[in-house]
Ligand binder design. Structure first.
Ligand code: GLY
Length: 414
């Protein structure tokens, strides 16, 4: 007797062998899929969704405090209030750029409207030929806006901005001039300038004008030649003879000494040469980016949480200010470099970037509330000038959000 059916055994319908095989296969498949899913998720140490939600909360709070679009959020003053800037300052594009990135992740229309509003507030900078920072100002703002919306009004503004930037390239020197002067010198070029080239590559593609491509390559090649030390750290400022491009001196503006490794400068170089490889596929740029990464990642003065001191050779390490912005830039760059490097290095870059994001996403660096609604704490602008030391700074937020987006994409696509 079958106690469950009440039927005599010979009357029970036993499942066929094929049916049993099918059930086993289905269960095995489910287990395999589930274990794969769990292991992919177990590898993710940063909860992107949660960090993005908190970041949106902070930035919506910030939007509520801003009256008009004349002054852009920059950092926090020593008295605790927000420091703002005009559109001509080099950091003016990071706020709308961050709003575009947050909109990209969330698809939140309110963020898109705010990003549009703060982007058009930069419109007049397209004619600004007095700075090399148009890449930061216009490509982070209009550039992201155009990438995401294809808003036809943004294109001519971006192209005009690229033309303005290109006026600072003088063929007899072979580099884009950064500032108009530095002490007695009249042709300073800073490592930060590598960050403008991505904008010019975009302009070359969209306008069909190869000039932008060629001058970017020339600038990058001369920077490799003159800006780096044998250990692959970089000088901050190289001073050129404007008549023939000879190097007159190598100095620093924001670092500890002329021979020190200013943390954000190393980050700009790493990011810049990663972009150079993406845009040209020339292996010498990949090698340069990997050499810079190696200098940075293996430096004995890098703290355990991987958030750099403001300068690798700063006096009084470990009791000196950090620069969360340098670390956010490095995390973002490494998540791109990981796509181009060989397997072993790719893994190391991903892991390093993830460790940085874990630190930056912890309460030690990440502000879920307060902080004048900036997202990250503990960046350093210009230490020796006592300007923006150990404070939130807008570009740290921008590259942190960019790195989160890249981390998220990396984990989805592998
Ligand atoms: N481009 C200036 C800075 O990194 O502070």
């Amino acid at each position: 007797m079958n106690y469950f059916t009440g039927q005599a055994p010979f009357l029970v319908n036993y499942p066929s062998i094929n049916y049993i095989r099918e059930i086993i296969m289905k269960n095995v498949l489910t287990c395999l899929l589930l274990s794969g899913f769990l292991s992919v998720n177990a590898q993710k140490k940063v909860n992107v969704d949660q960090q993005m939600k908190l970041a949106v909360q902070q930035y919506k709070g910030m939007l509520d405090t801003l009256k008009d679009t004349k002054l852009f959020p920059q950092s926090t003053k020593p008295d605790g209030t927000m420091k703002t800037m005009e559109s001509s300052w080099w950091c003016s594009g990071f706020f709308s750029g961050s709003l575009w990135y947050l909109n990209e992740y969330t698809k939140d229309k309110e963020l898109q409207q705010a990003a549009e509003k703060w982007t058009v507030a930069l419109e007049k900078e397209q004619y600004n030929t007095g700075t090399h920072d148009l890449g930061f100002m216009l490509y982070c703002s209009y550039g992201n806006g155009y990438r995401l919306t294809k808003n036809a009004a943004y294109k001519p503004i971006l192209l005009q901005g690229a033309a303005s930037l290109a006026t600072r390239f003088h063929p007899e020197v072979g580099l884009i001039k950064s500032w108009n002067s530095f002490g007695k010198y009249n042709y300073p070029v800073i490592i930060d300038n590598m960050m403008n080239l991505e904008y010019l590559f975009w302009a070359a593609k969209v306008s069909g004008n190869k000039k932008y491509y060629d001058l970017s390559v020339t600038h990058a090649d001369n920077t490799i030649k003159n800006h780096f030390r044998p250990d692959n750290s970089s000088y901050h400022v190289v001073l050129y003879d404007s008549s023939n491009g000879n190097v007159l001196a190598k100095k620093t503006a924001q670092g500890f000494t002329d021979e020190s490794a200013w943390a954000r400068g190393q980050a700009w170089g790493l990011y810049g040469y990663t972009v150079m490889y993406r845009e040209t596929k020339d292996k010498k740029y990949l090698k340069k980016a990997m050499d810079i990464a190696s200098f940075y990642m293996k430096h004995p003065n890098l703290p355990a949480d991987k958030i750099a001191y403001w300068d690798f050779n700063a006096k009084d390490i470990p009791n000196v200010a950090r620069d969360a912005s340098a670390s956010a830039i490095v995390a973002s760059a490494l998540l791109e470099l990981a796509k181009y490097a060989d397997k072993a290095n790719s893994k190391a870059y991903y892991k390093f970037a993830e460790d940085v994001l874990v630190s930056l996403s912890s309460p030690a660096y990440f502000a879920a509330t307060g902080n004048n609604h900036f997202i990250l704490k503990h960046s350093t602008g210009h230490f020796l000038a006592n300007s923006e030391v150990d404070t939130p700074i807008i570009y740290a937020d921008y590259y942190y959000i960019e790195a989160l987006l890249r981390y998220d994409r990396f984990n989805k696509k592998g």
